[in-house]
Design a protein around this ligand. Structure first.
Ligand code: MV4
Length: 453
């Protein structure tokens, strides 16, 4: 096993990974930008290296600086966390080329799944159900329009280099098509330098259900059940839960398909297969080749520490459990706490945390890098942490989350605590009848403008 790991990330996920390493007896090297000198991950790691300036492009994305830090400190592996370089195939390859283990899948697998139209094409070949749409990439707008006439409106025009909803536009009618296509295409070109597009039927009133899979280097692939991530705002998840409200029969069916998808690309390490679910019909949309923000809800219902498993797998160990060993117990919910002002269009609100009080108790977890007196820098995303609860039933989990958020105190920075609380008190949320349209549909009441309901 590794003696020392470098964590190529910041914030709560860096803290989360450092904690796993400590529990495994592995030494840790943090990296940080100038703005992050006083960040918690720097303070709790055994060693820390400044890799550059405030902007991510000058620090957390500087591959050469990060590799140099790993070499000079003698780290044998790099955990990329999520975001930043976590799904960068070149970085994974670069690590391996200098003899540093990248804790994740190989560069070639990252590349295959990172190209979303290619991934779709591969899944069609592997007999994994996908949304009706283009086979792979579209040649041009003429082909796109022809295909749309065949499959019918509404359609989603998506960027191959996108994912997570970036570079995506819906067209409800033929009148909207040209504009939607051109907007998505130019957005993709500006954001990714790649305007390869593909097309899917837009599945309205669907649930976003994703399966956690975990695979070792010896061909063993196990799924750890699924998460419902339908509560999203502008493609940012707000609340996630595990398990979802699907039947055991459907869970088995979807789980088998998720494993089939992973096996078809010889996937190794932790990954997520995203599906859209409408009624009992489900379709593959994307695979994420990294640890995800919402992994704790899966940990709470399976008892498996996914980060420790990632490290064991990268170290060449075999999975210590089989599919039969995985039993989902109880229910878990995660709320993302962001430094933002919901009433000002969710504008980021960095600043000094004047007072932090974190509730705790049976089945309550807070994954965060906050401390009282911490100055949140303005250069990175606004997530300050995640509150995660576990209860015997979904109802118990919801009530536990309400009580926990009620007690949580973060003074000094605006945040979305009240917005999340209103979701937890929403009747449709409580009943579980929500879908991906939930936040737009209830935005008035969630912001406290009750006239809108
Ligand atoms: C879709 C879709 C419906 N039909 N694709 C959004 C994030 C990215 N991972 C995929 N996403 C979606 N893709 C097809 N063909 C619905 C979503 C979607 C969504 C869309 C609008 C508002 C909120 C959403 C939440 C989750 C998923």
């Amino acid at each position: 096993m590794f003696q020392k790991i470098l964590i190529a990330n910041r914030g709560e996920i860096a803290v989360r990974i450092i904690r796993a390493c400590k529990q495994m007896g592995i030494e840790t090297v943090a990296i940080y930008s100038e703005a992050d000198q006083y960040s918690l991950h720097v303070q709790i790691a055994d060693e820390a290296v400044c890799v550059g300036g405030n902007k991510s492009s000058e620090s957390y994305l500087k591959m050469e600086n990060i590799i140099s830090a790993a070499i000079s400190k003698g780290a044998e592996a790099i955990h990329p966390g999520f975001g930043f370089l976590s799904e960068n195939a070149r970085f994974a390859d670069l690590c391996e080329s200098v003899g540093i283990r990248f804790i994740g899948p190989s560069g070639s697998v990252i590349e295959k799944m990172g190209n979303k139209s290619k991934a779709r094409e591969l899944m069609i070949k592997a007999n994994v159900p996908v949304v009706p749409g283009s086979e792979g990439a579209l040649k041009n707008i003429v082909e796109a329009k022809k295909l749309t006439t065949k499959i019918g409106y509404p359609v989603l025009i998506k960027a191959s280099a996108g994912g997570g909803g970036r570079g995506m536009r819906v067209a409800y009618t033929e009148l909207e098509f040209d504009n939607a296509y051109e907007t998505a295409r130019s957005e993709a070109f500006n954001a990714f330098g790649d305007d390869t597009m593909y097309l899917e039927k837009y599945i309205i009133n669907s649930k976003h259900i994703e399966f956690q899979i975990i695979a070792d280097k010896y061909g063993n692939v196990v799924h750890l059940g699924e998460r419902d991530c339908s509560i999203q705002r502008r493609n940012q998840k707000v609340i996630e839960e595990a398990p979802s409200l699907i039947s055991e029969e459907l869970r088995q069916k979807m789980g088998e398909i998720a494993i089939k998808a992973s096996k078809s690309v010889n996937y190794v390490n932790a990954g997520t297969i995203e599906f859209l679910l409408t009624g009992d019909d489900f379709y593959f949309i994307e695979m994420n080749t990294r640890i995800q923000v919402e992994h704790p809800v899966t940990e709470m219902v399976t008892g498996i520490d996914i980060v420790k498993e990632q490290i064991n797998i990268a170290g060449g160990e075999e999975l210590s459990f089989t599919q039969e060993d995985i039993k989902l117990e109880g229910h878990s919910i995660e709320v993302r706490i962001n430094a933002e002002n919901p009433k000002e269009n969710f504008r980021p609100s960095p600043g000094k945390v004047e007072l932090l009080h974190v509730p705790s108790g049976h089945g309550v977890r807070f994954d965060s890098f906050l401390y009282t007196g911490y100055q949140i820098p303005p250069f990175y995303d606004s997530m300050m942490g995640k509150v995660i609860v576990h209860g015997k039933t979904r109802e118990e989990a919801i009530k536990k989350m309400r009580a926990t958020l009620d007690e949580l105190i973060i003074e000094g920075v605006d945040n979305n605590r009240q917005f999340c609380m209103r979701i937890l008190f929403n009747n449709e949320y409580y009943k579980g009848t929500f879908d991906t349209g939930f936040i737009p549909k209830h935005s008035g009441s969630l912001l406290g403008y009750d006239d809108y309901e």
